[in-house]
Design a protein around this ligand. Structure first.
Ligand SMILES: [Zn+2]
Length: 247
């Protein structure tokens, strides 16, 4: 019996200058995606982060009023490690983020402010690879981001945004979904991997609450493992994979 052919991922488009990453929680980008972001900012591209929540429901032993500001601080430090200084929070409530027009409007507004050609988000599907159930926040924010890429370009969908001075932005060419079980494209993780490790390590309070393992061993093992798993579909190069939707 012959081995099934492994479909190879295509390199991500390079002809863009600005990206906006929109996710539900602090750490969503650091669990796998930030090696690509480090490579992009190295190349002189601007990347901004928008987080729907402050991740305030993420640590069992810390009440949300204390957890939110701590995780916001960790997220800003984490973004700085990979060359991202613009980090915004939309203040939807962690754990119960609802898909709907309020979320779409907030994301469309962020897209109009930042005018990205590439929008990045996290797995919007019900499961991770058909085996683990995804969280409702990721599903809601991922779907709303895919939708808001279109909303941002339509003057009449959220007319109140135009009244606030946010003119339509029709320049989103792609939405790239990280953590998808049907990836189509990838970015070489090698140059950014070390910074990705340090970027995720900035979520120290969260990680220490999550695992008894040494944080650096845990983070390095996780991120290297994901990048190496992707290598078999990217010509042997450790990589960050995305499912790319064109617009
Ligand atoms: Zn998350």
């Amino acid at each position: 019996m012959t081995e099934p052919t492994i479909i190879q991922l295509q390199p991500m488009p390079e002809d863009w200058q600005r990206a906006l990453a929109v996710v539900a929680h602090p750490d969503d980008l650091e669990y796998g995606c930030s090696a690509a972001i480090a490579a992009w900012t190295d190349a002189g591209r601007a990347v901004a982060y928008v987080l729907a929540s402050r991740g305030e429901a993420g640590i069992d032993t810390l009440e949300p009023a204390k957890c939110g500001p701590l995780r916001e601080q960790e997220q800003r430090a984490s973004a700085a490690v990979v060359g991202v200084s613009a980090v915004e929070f939309l203040d939807h409530r962690d754990g119960v983020i609802e898909y709907g027009t309020a979320l779409r409007r907030d994301i469309a507004a962020a897209i109009r402010r930042h005018r990205p050609e590439l929008v990045i988000t996290l797995n919007h599907r019900d499961t991770w690879g058909g085996t683990a159930w995804n969280t409702p926040d990721h599903v809601a924010v991922g779907r709303a981001t895919l939708d808001a890429a279109g909303d941002a370009g339509n003057r009449w969908i959220f007319p109140e945004l135009v009244e606030q001075g946010l003119e339509p932005w029709n320049g989103v060419r792609w939405v790239a979904v990280a953590g998808s079980s049907s990836p189509t494209h990838a970015v070489d993780a090698t140059p950014g991997l070390e910074r990705a490790v340090h970027s995720l390590l900035e979520h120290r309070a969260y990680i220490e609450a999550l695992t008894d393992e040494d944080p650096e061993t845990y983070v390095r093992g996780f991120l290297t493992g994901v990048a190496e798993q992707t290598a078999e579909r990217f010509g042997g190069t450790p990589a960050v994979a995305f499912e790319l939707f064109s617009r």
